[in-house]
Design a protein around this ligand. Structure first.
Ligand code: UDP
Length: 364
């Protein structure tokens, strides 16, 4: 008999399993996929750690979370500075003096500020959606060139139908600083994410390639409590309807050259280019001079329940539906729900770890 059956070997499940094990509990971690690490999974191909389910850059401000992940991997000093291509121009992200200079030729913060001010949307209330939020923050030129069509393509929704919170993820700075994240700590685990998860799960029972929902009673009988990190709507048999997630398709190519695009991430912000970004994986690890590189196009895909879920779509309809599932979840005495899918939140990795810390403290 285990203390915890943990469904999902991704960030939430693996963190919870580690904490519980160190508190003297017996854990069994299961996953329907043939590997650990969830969507953080990396695979070594041609000496390059490929981010199989999209680019993952670890960043956080919290000493406790940073110390925790550093127990399982050493991190490199990767700094995320994506580039956005639009027509035949390149813009620096996030929105900084570099971007304003490329957009308008301005050279000082005052000039940039004046330019933004002259085209900014001025509201006497909080922005109600992504479009209003973006227009309020950076004005129409940047919205139309770098945000509107990219967002529509990525979410397959009009930016007016999306929550303002999504765009608040992007910093806007009047400084020459193109570090995407404001956080104190940032990096990629040396040797890949998969090894980090394997180390986190060291000494813990793990079964891969097994489906909890297909045989729920048998699995439940193995433990006193269940930690569920899958889709909450599926856990409850979709009884209030299907929550929407964003799906993706990846097209990867091995190229016999040292360097293809000169950066880990290049966004394609035009509506008529099918992919949202191209990843060149070796640059996450500082690049190397080997004449081989792997690039991946990330292409939005229409959602249906059998596809891999990547992002919750936090618009009103979905949020209202999620609240109903959450209310059911709160009545459970022996099930803990956590992570991007079970909490239906657009979490970054460090926020999932923070949630696992908090939920573990609550039960132990
Ligand atoms: N975004 C944009 N243009 C860009 C990059 C981002 O409009 O070139 C917007 C878009 O709405 C996106 C959001 O900012 O959904 C958050 O982007 P982020 O890069 O943080 O997304 P993630 O890396 O989590 O997919």
């Amino acid at each position: 008999m285990y203390d915890y059956l943990i469904v999902g070997a991704g960030v939430f499940g693996s963190t919870f399993a580690r904490l519980a094990t160190e508190a003297g509990k017996r854990c069994l971690v299961i996953d329907k996929r043939p590997h650990v690490a969830g969507n953080c999974y990396t695979e070594n191909q041609h000496g390059i750690n490929v981010h199989v389910f999209g680019p993952h850059i670890f960043h956080c401000n919290d000493d406790g979370i940073w110390n925790f992940v550093n127990r399982f991997a050493k991190f490199n000093n990767f700094k995320n500075s994506p580039i956005a291509f639009h027509k035949d121009k390149a813009y620096s992200l996030p929105f900084s003096m570099y971007t304003f200079n490329q957009m308008w030729g301005v050279l000082t913060p005052e000039e940039a500020q004046a330019k933004i001010e002259s085209q900014r949307l001025k509201l006497d209330r909080e922005p109600a959606n992504l479009e209003e939020q973006a227009l309020t923050l950076v004005g129409s030129d940047i919205y139309e060139t770098l945000i509107r069509d990219y967002t529509r393509k990525q979410w397959q929704k009009d930016p007016k139908e999306l929550p303002a919170s999504i765009i608040k993820r992007l910093p806007v700075r009047l400084t020459w600083d193109n570090n995407y994240f404001n956080d104190k700590y940032q990096g990629i685990p040396i040797g890949g994410y998969t090894a980090l998860f394997e180390n986190m799960l060291e000494g813990i029972d793990v079964e891969l390639g097994v489906d909890y929902l297909a045989d729920r009673d048998a699995w439940n009988a193995k433990a006193k409590k269940v930690v569920f990190t899958g889709k909450i709507d599926e856990f409850y048999g979709f009884q209030f309807g299907e929550l929407e997630y964003r799906a993706l398709r990846f097209e990867s190519e091995v190229m016999n050259k040292v360097n293809h695009q000169g950066n880990a991430v290049i966004n394609y912000t035009e509506g008529n280019v099918p992919w949202t970004r191209i990843i060149e994986h070796k640059h996450f690890e500082g690049g190397n001079n080997e004449p081989v590189t792997i690039v991946t196009k990330e292409i939005p895909d229409t959602w249906s329940r059998e596809k891999t879920p990547y992002y919750p779509v936090g618009n009103k309809e979905n949020t209202d539906m999620f609240r109903k599932y959450e209310a059911l979840a709160e009545t459970e005495n022996n099930v803990i729900f956590g992570g991007r899918l079970a909490e239906y939140k657009y979490y970054d990795m460090h926020q999932v770890i923070g949630s696992a810390f908090a939920k573990f403290r609550r039960v132990e």
